[in-house]
Design a protein around this ligand. Structure first.
Ligand code: GLP
Length: 242
């Protein structure tokens, strides 16, 4: 695991954005695994800028998103489908048919998971982008998720619902379930880039860097992957003794 320590969120977004941007230049038909949350927004802004400056094109890029809430409509501003459109897809020349975001209606939970899992079985993700939850979740793989897990419906923990409350009017509106790529599918990516910045991520980074691999802290599975880059900043590393 390579750790890149940046000054702040802005620098981390540029560094991680450049990793993706260079990869798109080298392989225009790259397959990207994408993430939501506040952390990747700066990366997406950098990619949009590189697209506008004609450094990269999304014409042949394919994307697979990590997760989506269950129980809210895709058109809802809080859905990850809307998030991706607002923060990236509507600003670049990606083809609609090349975008994959899991989606599960409450009536077809199992079928939706199987469908996404089958898609992922046929796919090799070149670079998977990840954020990290305060409890170490990646995608929506909460603590205790087995490392062999494939796409599934997860019951969100209170901690995760509280953390994500800021995007909703009240805690009651935060969905209790989500569909997420499983840890096994995340680990299949050739390369993983995780971005974690700010003091809210300091405990999580301390735990990640401790190198203990345990399902209690899902992101620790990344120590078992051959090519992981963690792009982080001074605040997120403030509890790690240098
Ligand atoms: C959500 C997403 C995760 C993301 C996490 C952290 O739970 N499902 O993929 O990593 O939030 O988000 P943030 O970057 O906003 O801290």
């Amino acid at each position: 695991m390579e750790i890149i320590k940046c000054k702040d969120y802005k620098e981390a977004s540029k560094v991680a954005g450049d990793i993706l941007s260079h990869a798109i230049q080298e392989k225009p038909d790259i397959v990207l695994g994408l993430a939501t949350g506040s952390s990747p927004i700066g990366i997406y802004q950098n990619l949009i800028e590189d697209y506008e400056n004609k450094k990269i094109s999304f014409e042949n890029v394919k994307t697979y998103n990590l997760d989506e809430y269950v129980g809210i409509n895709r058109d809802c501003p809080q859905s990850y489908y809307s998030f991706m459109n607002d923060h990236l897809f509507h600003h670049v020349n990606i083809k609609k048919e090349n975008v994959h975001i899991p989606y599960a209606t409450p009536k077809a939970l199992e079928e939706s998971c199987q469908k996404y899992s089958d898609e992922l079985d046929k796919t090799v993700v070149d670079i998977q982008l990840l954020g990290i939850g305060a409890n170490g979740h990646i995608g929506f793989n909460e603590p205790k998720t087995p490392f062999e897990q494939k796409t599934f419906i997860v019951e969100l923990t209170d901690k995760t619902r509280q953390d994500n409350k800021r995007f909703f009017n009240s805690i009651d509106e935060v969905p209790t379930k989500a569909i997420t790529m499983g840890i096994a599918e995340i680990m299949k990516a050739k390369k993983i880039v995780l971005i974690a910045t700010g003091k809210n991520k300091a405990e999580a980074m301390k735990r990640l860097i401790s190198k203990e691999v345990t399902t209690d802290f899902p992101a620790s599975v990344l120590h078992l992957h051959q090519d992981v880059v963690v792009v982080t900043d001074e605040e997120a590393l403030s509890l790690v003794s240098q």
